[in-house]
Design a protein around this ligand. Sequence first.
Ligand code: SF4
Length: 91
Amino acid sequence: MKDTINQSRRSLLKLGSIAVVMMPVAAFAAKNEAMRKAMKYKETPEGEKKCSACLQFIPGKSAKDLGGCKIFAGDTEISPEGYCAAWAKKA
Ligand code: SF4
């Protein structure tokens, strides 16, 4: 019985360690790869269609800085010169 408890405790500690190691990775992950792939995001404009002219774009600190996108959750590396299939003209 005592061995089972110790084994469970060890397993729990292992899981905790893995979670602590994974935390910084999650905190610094800035690209929503799933959405990028699904929406065929690219770093270059499609004619006059580019992220900085899109309704969904969240500008960075300056006009040339990377920003975000309202539909790409957690992605902070959207180029103002980028483009994707969900582009919608900013009013
Ligand atoms: Fe750029 Fe697409 Fe987001 Fe518009 S929806 S800001 S085009 S990534």
